[in-house]
Design a protein around this ligand. Structure first.
Ligand SMILES: [Zn+2]
Length: 387
């Protein structure tokens, strides 16, 4: 085990020890990272959420000049509720060739490796900007404020590497994600008197049918050339609730749906007819009973990562990793599209496999962690070479 690997491992243990499930505060982790960076003479900038209960953090190791590299990771992790773990999820545990713990591959391993390399990055001719976000797992909600702050205040960085688990392959595309909630308020009446009320459930079923038809149409419009799996936009209804008894017209119903579009499919256009129907329906229901209605709320909206033809970020990271596989695309959403939208050439590349993410007994292979350490060392070397 080389020295960087060893340093990173002790940081890794600390980071996994913070329970940063998205619904909780991540401030303990952020405070720890701040003090770690301060010990290395690096100042960090916090970009907090509205009520101050969570924060992003970014920091520059190395000179304050343009042409730096952004290394980005999210601090939050998915819940362990209802999962059967062999060891405590918030204690990093080594068994065989694997490090187990919540967030090991998604994605505290990458953050630990980046932090461990700060002393190396500090000597570079070009800087490394470490960016740590919150609320990625609930729709990439935290990063946009930080990215805006970075775009406004940093000397123009050359590119961004998002360290989501890709087994160290270079990924140049991901789908965008939109999450919506639909809420229907009906009018209660005895189920035998359907003319006296409005069943929110029956309205919901009609709207969900429309989404089903839409999902099928998206599937039928598969693009055989698409690098994405599946090669089309997807739409699914993830939750539904409604009604209180079989013999009462339901007063309330709601459901949530998730739309994921590759870069060549415009999510707004896909949803336009559905939105128009909701507006019309809302008017009709209000006319029947003023308290009734249908409301669509957008809960998340993160843009896709569009593969770039010029590919300077891709070429740079390929040189670091030696990855010669064709550039891939991933089906999961990430913050990469948000960085790209802010004008930074962006790729995804990080240790570990997405197949181990979000699972019970989440792990990262020791070998993947070592390859992540090698990436950081090569990056430091590349930035040291004065042109
Ligand atoms: Zn992730």
């Amino acid at each position: 085990m080389d020295k960087l690997h060893q340093t990173a491992l002790s940081i890794f243990e600390t980071l996994v020890g913070f329970d940063t499930t998205s619904r909780k505060s991540n401030l303990d982790l952020i405070k720890w990272v701040e003090s770690y960076l301060r010990d290395h003479g690096v100042d960090a900038v916090r970009v907090a959420n509205a009520d101050g209960s969570k924060a992003n953090l970014y920091a520059t190791a190395g000179p304050n000049v343009p042409g730096g590299i952004i290394l980005s990771g999210h601090s939050d992790v998915v819940p362990v509720d209802g999962q059967d773990w062999s060891s405590y999820p918030f204690t990093l545990t080594t068994r065989g060739d694997r490090y187990f713990g919540r967030g090991t591959c998604d994605m505290k391993g990458f953050i630990a490796l980046a932090l461990a390399a700060v002393p190396l990055f500090k000597n570079g001719a070009k800087p490394v900007h470490i960016a740590i976000s919150y609320d990625e797992e609930v729709g990439c909600l935290g990063a946009p404020d930080m990215i805006a702050d970075m775009a406004a205040n940093l000397p123009e960085p050359a590119l961004a590497i998002i360290g989501e688990p890709t087994n160290m392959h270079v990924i140049t595309g991901h789908k965008g994600i939109m999450v919506h909630k639909v809420e229907i308020i009906g009018h209660e009446a005895h189920s035998s008197l359907t003319h006296m009320g409005i069943s929110a459930n029956m309205i919901a079923a009609d709207l969900m049918h429309d989404l089903n038809v839409l999902a099928r149409r998206l599937w039928e419009n598969s693009d055989p050339e698409s690098p994405f799996v599946p090669p089309h936009a997807t739409l699914t209804i993830g939750t539904m609730q409604g009604g209180t008894a079989a013999n009462i017209l339901a007063r309330h119903a709601e459901f949530m749906f998730d739309l994921r579009c590759p870069p060549n499919v415009d999510g707004e256009a896909v949803l336009k007819p559905f939105k128009e129907k909701i507006t019309a329906l809302d008017g009709q229901l209000r006319e029947a009973f003023p308290s009734c209605g249908v409301q669509l709320t957008r809960l998340a909206n993160a843009p896709p990562l569009t593969p770039q033809n010029s590919g300077e970020a891709e070429a740079f990271v390929r040189k670091l990793t030696g990855d010669n596989n064709p550039a891939g695309a991933v089906a999961y959403a990430a913050e990469a599209g948000q960085f790209q939208q802010a004008g930074f050439p962006t790729v995804i590349c990080g240790p570990g496999s997405i197949e181990q993410a979000h699972q019970a007994d989440e792990y990262i292979l020791v070998d993947q962690f070592a390859r992540g350490a090698a990436l950081m060392e090569r990056l430091a070397l590349a930035l040291n070479q004065k042109e």
